[in-house]
Write a protein that binds this ligand. Structure first.
Ligand SMILES: C[S@@+](CC[C@H](N)C(=O)[O-])C[C@H]1O[C@@H](n2cnc3c(N)ncnc32)[C@H](O)[C@@H]1O
Length: 267
């Protein structure tokens, strides 16, 4: 496919794929509050720029490099120069939304682990360069071992090699193998996020044919912090729990002033 395309066509298709990823990240980001946006692996901060009209109160752009281009300077947001390997977003801010577009292999896995710890309201990540993942940092090892497809670093190396099989190098059947390998790596990431208590999913954001590097990278990892059922119930109830001097619980209704030894409404 690529060999038949002029350079201009390739650039246009790459731009279309980037735009498709950004649009879908924007849709997911719009589902949360607009308190604090963090873009990981931001480089120029193009995703943050595309999300500017959502009106986040605060924006941070995190990258290990500090870009100095005019485009980067024009992006609104506070720059943080840090390696994602050691970066803890929760130590920087109480992020409501974390996004990352085309942040490569192992850096995507640092990002996945980071949101599992920080539990923002919402996150949306577009992974790329699966071949540069590292087994030790990859968070989905448990699922892959359970499925019996990957038990150690050597198996994982094979899986990473498969992710580079795409339509440009090989035949349609190898394209399917490349897609399978990438889907499996993303399934492990989603499984890890779910085991960490987040709602998470992997969704296609574009036609795989827009990925011209033969890697068919067109999947978005999205997730939300599920509502805390206990906290919601407590907030909805007017009854607060106290203990008397013997440690026996009793209940006080902050709206009526009433006190009871058993929680009214519970038998
Ligand atoms: C392919 S570029 C994507 C840039 C931008 N997100 C976009 O889509 O236009 C990947 C970016 O991730 C950054 N990056 C990769 N590994 C990183 C790491 N370990 N820590 C911090 N930044 C990293 C690179 O410096 C680069 O700016």
């Amino acid at each position: 496919m690529t060999s038949q395309l002029a350079t201009g066509d390739v650039k246009a298709l790459c731009a279309a794929r980037a735009a498709a990823a950004t649009d879908q990240i924007r849709d997911v980001a719009a589902t949360g509050s607009r308190r604090c946006l963090v873009e990981l692996g931001a480089r120029e901060g193009r995703v943050a720029t595309a999300l500017a009209d959502l009106g986040f109160e605060q924006t941070y752009l995190v990258d290990r490099d500090h870009p100095t281009s005019d485009e980067a300077r024009a992006t609104r947001g506070e720059r943080v120069t840090a390696d994602l390997r050691h970066f803890d977003v929760a130590a920087l801010t109480d992020a409501s939304c974390v996004v990352a577009k085309h942040v490569c292999g192992v850096a995507m896995d640092y990002s996945v682990r980071m949101v599992a710890r920080a539990r923002p309201e919402v996150f949306a990540f577009a992974p790329c360069c699966y071949f540069s993942c590292e087994y030790d940092a990859y968070p989905g090892r448990e699922l892959l071992a359970e499925l019996g497809v990957c038990r150690d670093a050597r198996d994982f190396d094979m899986l990473k090699k498969l992710t580079q099989w795409g339509p440009n190098q090989f035949s349609p059947s190898t394209e399917a193998a490349g897609r399978w390998a990438m889907d499996l790596i993303d399934a492990g990431r989603v499984d890890f996020l779910r085991r960490s208590g987040l709602d998470a999913a992997a969704l296609p954001y574009a036609d795989a044919r827009l990925a011209l590097d033969g890697a068919l990278e067109c999947t978005l990892l999205v997730g939300w912090r599920p509502p805390d059922a206990d906290a919601d119930a407590a907030a909805a109830s007017p009854w607060d729990t106290y203990q008397d001097e013997n440690g026996t619980p009793y209940y006080h209704n902050r709206e009526t002033g009433e006190t009871a030894w058993t929680l009214p409404g519970e038998s």
